[in-house]
Design a protein around this ligand. Structure first.
Ligand code: SF4
Ligand code: SF4
Length: 375
């Protein structure tokens, strides 16, 4: 649960905002807040994870610093979100990775890369790694298929377990009941709002990021990142079908479905994180908690390097550099996936759950939360 100091600040702000209500049309946070008269730890965690840090309420607020009330809703909610990521992490002993998250991500990625290099060089003669391989099965001449797939499957299972336990803890903490997880209209409505980034659009004008001006840049760069990642996952799944159903071995032709999907997704995952890093560099630091900076930057850098290494591997796969590029790319992929439950990625899971909860509250209070009922 949040620290007493943070909880007290969130309660103070929500009490002021609940009296003011100027921002009630900006996002889901304010209508959900107005349903409440008191704010306990569970409420603040829920509201914090509904916030998209669009910053509209900060720049519109007549009580924002330097006013003596010092109302800074996005800053307090971003600090609360980070606290919630720590609180619901599983196993809890790894929650400390959220403290200096950028450094943790960097060290875990380097360790992953080192482990893969050691495994490959322990398994193969170095000359195999540094010589040219072409045609079907070329990748597996450098790293045998089982050595590549079995650890990936074990890792994926652990990641899904950690994210699932975190989600269950979060859901219970915000007052959700298990049977409500089967509420299909609310799941669909939450999914629709998450996929469209409904609350990052500023009602059509855009969010106030990186500065007080309205801009859609952050929303579109987030879309490029999210859908680029989705296309890369689809490419990997398609390649698995090619391998197991049709017995076609990678690398596949440049015009094949896995390569086209992976290339388009990879470009999205290159431009999106690079653009978001550029915006973050220029952004006003006041409406965000200082403690989230390393986590945000570390995650974007890791996404960018994973995509870049994949695209360079694609371009150079018929040269003698293929083996070392494959090892480097898998090192970044492993670092990214290992840190999914202990970094910025968890915001996707908790925000979606908060949006589902919001849709459920909308069905109970259709007059207070219009447009949130049936999907
Ligand atoms: S952020 Fe400021 S303007 Fe908006 S509701 Fe709160 S007190 Fe009012
Ligand atoms: S920063 Fe944006 S999403 Fe967050 S509470 Fe303010 S208006 Fe809502």
């Amino acid at each position: 649960m949040p620290s007493a100091e943070l909880l007290s600040e969130a309660q103070r702000l929500m009490t002021i905002c609940n009296a003011c209500r100027y921002c009630e049309g900006y996002c889901a946070v304010f209508p959900a807040m107005e349903l409440r008269t008191k704010f306990d730890a569970e409420d603040t965690v829920y509201l914090a994870n509904l916030c998209h840090n669009c910053r509209g309420c900060y720049y519109a607020c007549q009580y924002a610093p330097p006013h003596e009330f010092g109302v800074n809703v996005p800053q307090t909610l971003s600090a609360l979100r980070l606290d919630s990521y720590r609180d619901f992490a599983w196993p809890h002993v790894l929650a400390g990775l959220f403290r200096r998250n950028g450094l943790a991500l960097g060290l875990i990625s380097l360790a992953s890369l080192g482990l893969i290099v050691a495994l490959v060089l322990g398994w193969q003669d170095a000359s195999v790694v540094f010589s040219s391989h072409t045609g079907p099965g070329a990748f597996y001449e450098v790293i045998p298929y089982r050595l590549m797939v079995v650890p990936a499957l074990v890792l994926s299972g652990l990641i899904v377990l950690a994210l699932g336990i975190g989600l269950a803890r979060f859901w219970r903490a915000i007052g959700g009941r298990w049977r409500e997880l089967a509420d299909l209209p609310a799941l669909a409505r939450g999914g629709w709002d998450a996929l469209r980034l409904t609350y990052l659009g500023g009602g059509g004008h855009g969010c106030n990021y990186p500065d007080a001006g309205f801009s859609q840049h952050r929303k579109w760069l987030h879309h490029l990142t999210f859908y680029g990642f989705g296309l890369d996952l689809l490419a990997t799944s398609t390649a698995a079908v090619y391998h197991h159903v049709f017995a076609w071995e990678a690398p596949y032709p440049y015009t094949s479905l896995p390569v086209v999907l992976g290339t388009v997704g990879g470009l999205g995952l290159l431009v999106g994180p690079a653009g978001l890093l550029w915006l973050k560099w220029r952004s006003d630091p006041l409406p965000a908690a200082e403690s989230v900076w390393g986590m945000d930057v570390g995650f974007l850098v890791l996404l960018f390097l994973t995509s870049l290494s994949g695209l360079v591997l694609l371009a150079a796969r018929e040269t003698a550099a293929m083996g070392s590029l494959l090892v480097i790319h898998l090192g970044f992929v492993a670092g990214l996936f290992i840190t999914f439950p202990y970094g910025k990625f968890v915001h996707a899971v908790y925000r979606y759950a908060a949006l589902v909860r919001y849709a459920q509250e909308g069905k109970e209070h259709p007059d207070s939360l219009p447009g949130t009922g049936a999907a």
